[in-house]
Design a protein around this ligand. Structure first.
Ligand code: BEZ
Length: 210
């Protein structure tokens, strides 16, 4: 299949997960989604990633985001490993993990990079909007645990764009000034951003985060 790109529809699938058989698009409903793969169960970095993701549930919920994990391990393996994650990471895994033994979903999302490893999925992350379009794709190597604070930061930025016509500048963090989208005129900006805006250049206009 063709490589996925930003703006493409996130491929739909039906898969067996630790929360039963799920139809991805139906399960997402009107929510935003994070679909992320990990190389294998019972591995150290993955254990910390899934534990941290479970502890961040409230943060995802606040943003109307549903999270789904995936590896090519079996359901039985996932279930046993979840017990370890809960025990060692001080949490309760609270999102479905796909048992992609037949690699249908990993193929759809190109999560196996054979020149890196032909059996395991790499650390892929897809952020999907309520319109089911892919908004972000990132790929990490197996040995590097992801920064889930960065994933939340990107979701905040994407939602500012979707709902407020704002972009976010370099290294932006919650509470810092945002950039007004170039498609917004100064007249519109005056209406949209009652806290005002600074026109550093006609193409660089900053406004406090709403
Ligand atoms: C890990 O999750 O710890 C891991 C998995 C595959 C390769 C290296 C590390």
């Amino acid at each position: 299949m063709a490589t996925l790109r930003l703006g493409d529809e996130a491929p739909d699938f039906i898969a067996m997960t630790t929360e039963g058989e799920l139809n991805f698009h139906e399960w997402l409903g009107d929510s935003w989604g994070v679909l992320f793969s990990h190389p294998a169960d019972y591995t150290p970095v993955c254990t910390t990633e899934l534990g941290t993701t479970a502890r961040m549930k409230e943060e995802f919920e606040k943003r109307n985001v549903k999270v789904m994990a995936l590896s090519v391990d079996s359901l039985e393996s996932h279930r046993g490993w979840i017990r370890d994650i809960n025990e060692t990471q001080n949490t309760t895994v609270n999102f479905p993990i796909v048992a992609d033994e037949d690699r249908v979903v990993s193929s759809l999302y190109d999560m196996i990079h054979p020149n890196s490893d032909d059996k395991m999925t790499v650390r892929s992350v897809f952020i999907i909007g309520p319109d089911k379009k892919i908004k972000l794709m990132i790929t990490y190597p197996a040995s590097t645990g992801r920064n889930f604070n960065e994933i939340l930061r990107v979701i905040d930025s994407l939602q500012l764009t979707a709902y407020r016509k704002l972009a976010t500048p370099v290294n932006w963090k919650q509470g810092e000034d945002c950039v007004i989208l170039p498609s917004v005129t100064n007249e519109e900006a005056t209406e949209l951003f009652p806290k005002g805006f600074e026109e550093v250049k006609p193409y660089l206009r900053l406004t406090p985060q709403p």
